[in-house]
Design a protein around this ligand. Structure first.
Ligand SMILES: Cc1cc2nc3c(=O)[nH]c(=O)nc-3n(C[C@H](O)[C@H](O)[C@H](O)COP(=O)(O)OP(=O)(O)OC[C@H]3O[C@@H](n4cnc5c(N)ncnc54)[C@H](O)[C@@H]3O)c2cc1C
Length: 389
C-alpha cells in the first residue's frame, strides 16, 4: 500500500494517472457482464487496486476508501477509463451493497461485509426485479416468513446481473402486506450458497449470459442479515437506487473512446470523405461535450457524496447517447460488411457488435428512461404526480 493510501488522502489526478499507467495490465479483459467465469487475471487486478487504496475512492476513509466526494470520484473514473483499465468485477458491492451497509448496517454488519467487498473476496449481485415487478418494484411478490431468529424466503428474482459469480445477493422480500404496497418490504442480504437457491442464466441475443433468474425455495436466512428494520426496506432500497443512478456511473471519456473507435472504422474502411458520416461524428462529439459539462454541473450542485434527483438527467442522457453512438457505429460497419473478415479489425468489430446489444439495454437498466422522465417531471420540475393505482 502506498503512503498516500495509508494516509487516506484523496489522490490528485496526476498521481492517479501515473499509477494507472504503471499498473494497468495489457490486453482486454472480458466484461463480467458477459456472464463468463471470473479469471485469475481479473481478480489479481482487483487486488492490485485494493492494495494501492484505489478499490473504492468514494468510500469513507474509515472503511478503506479515500473519502472522495463526487467531483474527486469523477476524476478517478475519467483517468480509469482514459487508461483503458479493465471493467470492475464487484460494481454491485462497491456501488450498492457497500454504501447501503455503511448507512443502514449495524457495527457487526459493517465488520462482516465491508472489507470482503473492498478486496473482492465476496462479489455481490442485486435481487430487486421480479417477473411482474420492475419499474413497479413495490409489486414484488417474493415472500419471507419470520420463524424465530430466521426468515424463510420463497419466490423468484429476474434480470439478476452477475448472479452466477456472486457470493451474496441484496434482495427485497415481502414480510407483510397492507394497503400501501411500499410497506412490508424488507431489505435483506442472502448468502448465495444457502440451500434452496437455484440460479438459471438467461442467454441474450448476443450470446452473453450475464443476467439470470434466481429462484428461492424455503431459503432460511438469519434475521441478523436484515438491513434497517423489518418491513421498512423501501427507504433502504430507494437510497441504494440513488447510488446506482448517480453521476459517477458513466464518464464522458467512455463515449470519447467509442467515438474514436468509430473513427478508426471510418478511416480503415476509406469512408473519411463521406459527408453524412462526418456530420454524424461531429454531432456526437458535440453531444459528448454537452454531457461532460452537464455531469460537471450535477456534481457541482450535489451535496457532497449524495446524488440529487437531477442525476436522472444524466442517466437519460448517457443511455440515449450510448445507443446513438452504437447505432452510428453499426451503420458504418454495415457499409463495409466484408471488413469483418479483415484480421486487423476483426476483434474490434466483434467487441463493437457485443457492445451494441448492451447499449440497447441501457434505456432499461438502472431505471427505465420513461421512469427517469417521471422523476424529472415530479421531483425536479415539480409537475403533478402521475396517477397511481
Ligand atoms: C442489462 C440489464 C441488467 C439488469 N440488471 C438487474 C439486476 O442486476 N438486478 C435487478 O434487480 N434488476 C436488473 N435489471 C432489471 C431492470 O431494473 C428492469 O428491467 C427495469 O427496472 C424495468 O423493469 P421491467 O423489465 O419489469 O419493465 P417494466 O417495468 O414492465 O416496463 C415496461 C415498459 O413500461 C414502461 N413503464 C413502466 N412504468 C412506467 C411508468 N410509471 N410511466 C411510464 N412508463 C412506464 C417502462 O419504461 C418500459 O418501457 C436489469 C435489466 C437490464 C436490461
Amino acid at each position: 500500500m502506498t503512503d498516500l493510501a495509508e494516509a487516506g488522502a484523496v489522490p490528485e489526478r496526476a498521481e492517479i494517472r501515473d499509477w494507472l499507467r504503471t499498473n494497468v495490465p495489457a490486453g482486454r479483459m472480458v466484461d463480467p457482464e458477459s456472464g463468463g467465469p471470473i479469471t485469475p487475471a481479473q481478480l489479481e487486478w482487483e487486488r492490485t487496486l485494493h492494495d494501492a487504496g484505489y478499490a473504492a475512492v468514494h468510500w469513507p476513509i474509515e472503511h478503506g476508501g479515500r473519502g472522495a466526494d463526487l467531483a474527486a470520484r469523477m476524476v478517478f473514473q475519467e483517468e480509469y477509463e482514459l487508461c483503458g483499465a479493465p471493467p470492475r468485477l464487484n460494481m454491485m458491492g462497491l456501488m450498492l451493497a457497500g454504501p447501503t451497509i455503511m448507512r443502514y448496517g449495524t457495527d457487526e454488519q459493517k465488520t462482516r461485509w465491508l472489507q470482503p467487498i473492498l478486496n473482492c473476496d465476496e462479489i455481490w449481485c442485486q435481487g430487486f426485479s421480479e417477473p411482474d415487478a420492475g419499474s413497479d418494484l413495490a409489486g414484488l411478490r417474493t415472500t419471507a416468513v419470520i420463524d424465530g431468529d430466521r426468515m424463510v424466503v420463497n419466490g423468484q428474482k429476474i434480470w439478476t446481473s452477475g448472479a452466477t459469480n456472486s457470493q451474496w445477493i441484496l434482495a427485497l422480500v415481502r414480510t407483510s402486506r397492507d394497503s400501501r404496497p411500499q410497506s412490508g418490504i424488507t431489505f435483506v442480504m442472502i448468502d448465495m450458497t444457502t440451500p434452496g437457491i437455484e440460479i438459471r442464466p438467461i442467454t441474450q441475443i448476443s450470446g452473453a449470459t450475464g443476467f439470470c433468474e434466481v429462484f428461492f425455495t424455503d431459503v432460511s436466512v438469519p434475521l441478523d442479515n436484515v438491513m434497517g428494520s423489518i418491513g421498512d426496506g423501501w427507504a433502504v432500497a430507494m437510497n441504494a437506487l440513488g447510488h446506482e443512478r448517480g453521476a459517477g456511473r458513466r464518464s464522458y471519456v467512455t463515449f470519447l473512446r467509442d467515438l474514436a473507435q468509430i473513427k478508426k472504422f471510418v478511416d480503415g474502411f476509406g469512408l473519411a470523405d463521406d459527408l453524412v458520416i462526418q456530420q454524424e461524428l461531429g454531432a456526437l462529439l458535440a453531444q459528448i461535450n454537452t454531457y461532460r459539462h452537464h455531469v460537471g454541473r450535477t456534481v457541482a450542485n450535489s451535496d457532497g457524496a449524495h446524488p440529487r434527483p437531477e442525476a436522472s438527467y444524466n442517466k437519460l442522457y448517457w443511455s440515449e447517447m450510448t445507443t446513438r453512438l452504437h447505432e452510428v457505429g453499426m451503420r458504418v460497419l454495415g457499409q463495409r460488411p466484408e471488413a469483418a473478415r479483415s484480421a486487423e479489425l476483426a476483434d474490434a468489430i466483434t467487441a463493437w457488435q457485443a457492445d451494441y446489444w448492451l447499449s440497447r439495454a441501457s434505456r432499461i437498466f438502472a431505471g427505465t428512461n420513461q421512469v427517469q422522465k417521471n422523476i424529472i417531471s415530479e421531483r425536479v420540475l415539480g409537475l403533478p404526480k402521475e396517477p397511481r393505482r
